[in-house]
Design a protein around this ligand. Structure first.
Ligand SMILES: [Zn+2]
Ligand SMILES: [Zn+2]
Length: 346
């Protein structure tokens, strides 16, 4: 099969012909029909992820068609249209037994712990636990755009932040994660204030339901501006970018007993940011993480899509070829363009 392979961190990947994967007894092989390009792939490529062993094939936001099925798999058959969360559970550890596959002790992550979906085929483990069937009405490109940023945002807003109608939700950073979170918070009736330094992205945020925006490059104090806009601070606030400044501002703009959810990755030199801990104590703030979402929680998200309240296809920026994915991957840290880039030609 054709695959994007890198043999050293930060060195340009190449399109190579590599052996087709075969399914594990508990797994499947999926013919990749669409795969998103994500900042996590960039982090992996530059060497921020210790799970990656070289040579490596990136890609974790995938949707496709089951091509081959392992002998122990009972729920899936050749031809099924599927996607997966970016964290797959082992099915046997205490976290998986409690239903929290997203923090499994022995995670399967395509594109990180194993070869990923910047390829014509990808092997997926523990298929009965980790695969999600796609509704007939959902195209592969939209499905691929869900796998990482959208589901992580869904878990951040709904399951971790517990945002509800009438609450203020602040979203710091309006890239793929932030725009997803804005749409999801808006869908459950929360009032969203979006924060970014790009007017283009703030315009898109408003189009997706943000009722207020703050241009962080034009105010002296971002947290103060959000507190003023929300008349007392956000009930739930997300750092959707993953940067010490947005993390600090997100905690700083909470009202008493508010919840900060860290969604954007904090890696390398950013992994131990300053936290206004005195404020956390005095105001009884909560600091939470969001790390993907279990396959069994996809139903709730797909139901909101069926109702028409969520339209993730609006977040798709452009579709590209596997050849073009190399350039898209290497320039992912430059924050160019709006929306999610999806590879659709292999
Ligand atoms: Zn597990
Ligand atoms: Zn991703």
């Amino acid at each position: 099969m054709k695959a994007v392979v890198y043999e050293a961190f930060s060195a340009p990947p190449h399109i190579m012909t590599v052996p087709d994967p075969t399914p594990e007894p508990h797994g499947v092989v999926v013919k990749v029909m669409a795969t998103g390009v994500c900042r996590s792939d960039w982090h992996g490529w530059v060497g921020h992820d210790t799970d990656i062993q070289l040579p490596h094939v990136p890609g974790h936001e995938l949707a496709g068609i089951v091509e081959a099925v392992g002998r122990d798999v009972t729920k899936w058959k050749v031809g099924d249209r599927v996607t997966v969360p970016f964290v797959g559970g082992c099915g046997a550890c205490p976290e998986c037994h409690s239903g929290n596959h997203q923090v499994c002790d022995r995670q399967f992550q395509p594109g990180f712990t194993h070869w990923g979906s910047f390829a014509q085929y990808v092997g997926l483990h523990q298929a009965d636990i980790n695969l999600v069937g796609l509704p007939e009405s959902m195209d592969f490109t939209t499905a691929a755009s869900l796998g990482c940023r959208f589901v992580t945002s869904f878990r951040a807003v709904i399951d971790q932040g517990k945002a509800s109608a009438g609450q203020w939700v602040a979203v710091h950073g309006c890239g793929g994660v932030g725009l997803s979170a804005i749409m999801i918070a808006n869908a459950v009736g929360a009032n969203v204030v979006a924060i970014d330094i790009s007017e283009d992205k703030l315009a898109l945020a408003r189009a997706l339901g943000a009722v207020a925006t703050v241009n962080a490059s034009e105010v002296a104090e971002v947290a103060e501006a959000v507190i003023e806009t929300t008349r007392g601070g956000a009930h739930v606030s997300l750092d959707a970018l993953g940067h010490p400044t947005t993390c600090f501002n997100s905690i700083g703009n909470l009202r008493k007993r508010g919840k900060h959810v860290q969604v954007g990755l904090m890696l390398a030199e950013n992994s131990t940011p300053a936290i206004p801990m005195s404020r956390v104590i005095a105001n009884e703030l909560e600091i939470l993480g969001s790390h993907g979402m279990q396959a069994h929680r996809y139903d709730a998200m797909l139901e909101l899509m069926r109702s028409g309240k969520l339209a993730p296809e609006k977040l798709i920026g452009r579709t590209i070829t596997l050849e073009q994915s190399i350039d898209a991957l290497m320039t992912m840290d430059r924050f160019e363009g709006t929306g999610v880039t999806v590879v659709t030609e292999f």
